[in-house]
Write a protein that binds this ligand. Structure first.
Ligand SMILES: C[S@@+](CC[C@H](N)C(=O)[O-])C[C@H]1O[C@@H](n2cnc3c(N)ncnc32)[C@H](O)[C@@H]1O
Length: 202
């Protein structure tokens, strides 16, 4: 089994070790994050929300490609690190970072045109609760991109079951449908890529 301390910091990075984990995640998850951002087809007038940005692998591309980027994460420490790293974008009114949970997003309804979340679904209380909240904060016609390592691949990593809930692509697709999303596609850059990014519209 993967060490519990690593699993705990993947789920909720904190302190110096959490910062190291964030740095390692950025390297390890770079391709999945870049592919998820690509699936958003960003436009210069987009308002984008990223949920669970962790080490911030997507943030440079999101901030460069959209009008306004909001990051929300349940870890107060990663929010603090992003506020410090992106102080200039914040001062220019192009970015904001908030502590919060996917289950109760601290935003008004219909606030964003696009939402991105990568490697977070394993930690949600339920897929339906998370996607219902994402649907609420998206405008009509908005798009969500959800990147993750599916159950069969994640099982090989032996993550502790009380921290990681594994989900198959079919589970995510079913939850998206239940929450009113349509036009759902499961994308991978190559057929043998271990992870996938699911895109859906509302
Ligand atoms: C494994 S890291 C992934 C970070 C980044 N997205 C990546 O792919 O490298 C998971 C991140 O999601 C955050 N997170 C986990 N569950 C969450 C939830 N229910 N609501 C908001 N953030 C959450 C964690 O604090 C952590 O920063």
């Amino acid at each position: 089994m993967a060490p519990r301390i690593v699993a705990r910091h993947l789920s909720h990075p904190r302190g110096h070790f959490g910062r190291l984990i964030g740095f390692l995640m950025n390297r390890h998850n770079a391709r999945m994050n870049a592919f998820a951002v690509k699936q958003l087809s960003l436009r210069p007038d987009d308002h984008v929300l990223e949920i669970g940005f962790g080490g911030g692998a997507t943030l440079p591309a999101l901030i460069a490609g959209a009008k306004f980027v909001v990051g929300v994460d349940r870890s107060a420490d990663v929010v603090g690190w992003a506020k410090s790293k992106y102080a200039r974008a914040i001062a220019e009114g192009r970015a904001e970072f908030h502590e919060g949970h996917v289950e109760t997003l601290p935003f008004e309804s219909a606030s964003f045109g696009k939402v991105c979340t990568v490697n977070t679904v394993y930690f949600w209380k339920s897929l339906e609760t998370g996607f219902a909240e994402i649907r609420r904060v998206l405008v009509q016609g908005g798009r969500v991109a959800v990147g993750f390592l599916p159950k069969d691949r994640m099982a090989r990593m032996n993550m502790p079951a009380d921290i990681f809930t594994l989900c198959a692509a079919e589970d995510v697709v079913a939850a998206l449908k239940t929450c009113g999303f349509g036009d759902i596609r499961v994308e991978q850059p190559q057929p043998d890529t271990p992870w996938n990014v699911i895109i859906a519209s509302c």
